[in-house]
Write a protein that binds this ligand. Sequence first.
Ligand SMILES: Nc1ncnc2c1ncn2[C@@H]1O[C@H](COP(=O)(O)OP(=O)(O)O)[C@@H](O)[C@H]1O
Ligand SMILES: [Mg+2]
Length: 298
Amino acid sequence: MKALEVKNLKKVYVDVKDASRSVHALRGVSFDINEGEIFGLLGPNGAGKTTLISTITTLEKPTSGELNVFGLDVVKNARTIKQNVGVVHQEVINTGYFNVTEILEFQSGYYGILNNGDRIQFLLDRLALKPHAHKKVKQLSGGMKRRLMIAKALVHSPKLLLLDEPTAGVDVELRESLWKFVAELQKSGMSILLTTHYLEEAENLCNRIAIINKGEVNYCGSPKEVIQKYSTKKIHIKLTNGDTKEILTSAAESLNNVLAQHKISLADIVDIQMTEGKLEEAFTKVVIAGREAHGAAQ
Ligand SMILES: Nc1ncnc2c1ncn2[C@@H]1O[C@H](COP(=O)(O)OP(=O)(O)O)[C@@H](O)[C@H]1O
Ligand SMILES: [Mg+2]
């Protein structure tokens, strides 16, 4: 069964500045997430990532299209969906009278879980919040607040976890430990949807990604596939006659073909070095290509 199915999802908002205008935040988005998969939603600001997450958590109602979580229609099964889904919102909460442990206890109560001490202790421990368990939210640093939000999203052991830019503004060390934790959650069987701007991390962590821009999915597949298709690899060759050659080619091109095209035979080569293309480059190309296609269609 799919953890998430998004079918031709559209969301139109009323423009906040001018009520006579509408904003097409999602223009027919389709993709799905397999059970146990880490799926990355990558896109520039305003692409529609947060809107998509808000429709999955039933915070926003889709204008049209279909949205299923573990086979259940999100709009018709809002209650069950809430039990199955955990979400970490992009914005960090700042206020609150209660301390970290109390917040996690209340959150458990909200899901009808009464004795959740073990789970809460596990999360405090795993997210390095134990030393701060007695602190109120306003006494926490930005990174601690972020970790608290992640703990909150996990108190009810959801089957699908949604992380909206979980590492934005978070320092390198915390980022690394968060990704490690996310990989652990995946091992435990959780399905994860994350949005991020950190492409290198997405490349390492995600089984598949979707590149979204202006409410449309421009690409969906494995990071490796998109790199092969859209990025450039650099081949640096040292020849027996002392010359060096630097060749830029598509990441999908085979070395044999490249050498043949440049009329270089193996016997002439002293040393060869290859630098693989990066997701960042592929991402930029996909977004630009999507923009051009979009412009042409209008
Ligand atoms: N509540 C809202 N009312 C009106 N427009 C909105 C609302 N939320 C988001 N938008 C608009 O929808 C588009 C997508 O926004 P968002 O989903 O936040 O993108 P992202 O998370 O990828 O940056 C943007 O143009 C944004 O201004
Ligand atoms: Mg957003």
